[in-house]
Structure formats: structure tokens, C-alpha cells
Design a protein around this ligand. Sequence first.
Ligand code: AKG
Ligand code: FE2
Length: 258
Amino acid sequence: MSFLPLFTTSMDQLRQHTAEIRKGIREANGIPGVVVENFLSPDECAEILRGVYILEPYWRRGTYDGDFILGRSWYTAIDNREIMDYFDEAPFFNQLIHDSFPELIEKIMVFVRTLTNQEEVQIRPGWAGPGITIFRPPSCTAETGGSCHIDYDGISKRMVDVPEGLEMFSFMLPISMPEDAAGLYVWPEIYQRFHHKRYFDEILDPEGERFTIPYSVGNLLGIHSLRVHQIEPFDGDIDRVVVTFHLGKLDGKWIVWF
Ligand SMILES: O=C(O)CCC(=O)C(=O)O
Ligand SMILES: [Fe+2]
């Protein structure tokens, strides 16, 4: 198989490898993903998880029954026809998440500044920043896995269709994981190699060999946003809770959103 193994690093080592990582995860058949080990400690994850449950009254529904979001995400806004709500609620949720998890947000911003070699990286103006997804079994997502998709959230159709040079990455930071699987399937090819049925509500049917990226609580995983991927099905009764955000260079500026 021509797919390279994951690129594993730590926050201490990240600075030395930023160019290699950004180039490698952009390439078809390149690095399938980068993992920053021990991005959060088990105690930090447990503390965040407690906060997520305290904030349950603020959860919004995800795409399928049993899927929830603390914060806002563009794809659920599209799926649930809540685009106006997304922009109305983004400032509130950005503040809530910042106030509830200040160290988490600080760590994420240090990480994105380091990866991009920028002194300042902002949340995309008007948009929602990092959010927290909660997938609660039993559910469709647990049983069959997520949809097989790319993250074209908040970028133009042209960027999706002509992705050469597109620097956009999706990051997933698991803070609670079911015992039985729940990682991510990824495929070697990136999106342009696949058939495009509809711009939104894409169902992709990749042909290449699938690669499984196991999730580990506290390890941050990044993939190119246009790499085809899918949540692995999972079992048991533990919620699958993941902090998620996109990092992209749009109009020459690095920004974060979800
Ligand atoms: O939760 C995950 O592991 C990935 C979710 C995902 O693919 C997404 O939010 O676009
Ligand atoms: Fe995704």
C-alpha cells in the first residue's frame, strides 16, 4: 500500500515539523493524518467532559438522532437548515466555550499558530469556533458509522473542485471514547478523484483501500479536509465526544472555524 503511516508528534516537537506535516497531509497518498500525542492529559479530558455534561441544556441536535453538538457546526447547520441560527448563535457559543474551557481554547490556538507559523490566528469572523460533538449510542452513527464524506464546510465550490493548493485541515480531539472502536476511516485519495453527485448532502463511494485511524483520548488528529473519511461504527454505551475544528488558509489568512 502506498499510503504512508500517520505522522506522530507532540506539542514540543511540532515546531520542527510544520512544513513537512502541512505538505504531507495535503497530498493524495501522502500522510493520512497527523497525531499530536498527549495534546491533553487524561485529567484535562475528564474535566472537559464534566463541563460538556453540565452544559447539556445548550447542546444542539446533530444530523442524526443521538448526535449532538455543543457549539455550532456548519455541516449540521446545512443538514438541519439552520444557517441563520448558525450565524445568530455563533458569538454566544464562542463565548460560552471560551469561558467554559479556556485552557482548551488556548491550547488549540497555540497549536494552530505553531502549525501555521503565524503569530496570530483568529476564529473566522462571524463564524463558530471549535465545537464539541457528542455521539450517543445507540444511534445510527454508532451502528453504521458516519457518512463517508469530505469536509467542505464553509469553502467555495471552486475550492472543492480545484483543491490544488487548498490548505484546509480538519482536527478531531477525542475526549471520551467508546471501548469498542470509534476511530476514523480514511481513504488514500482526496476528493477530486471521486464522483460528485450533489454539492451538499454528498454520499461518496470511494474505491481505494480503507485505512483505519484509531482514536485515543487526548490525542489530537488532523487530516486534510478533502480527504474522504468516515466515523467508524462503535459499540457499548459510552458517548463518543470529540472537540472538532477546521483550520484553513482563506484569502491568504489562516483562520479557524467549525
Ligand atoms: O468525530 C469525528 O471523528 C469526525 C467527525 C467528522 O468527520 C466531521 O465533523 O466532519
Ligand atoms: Fe468530517
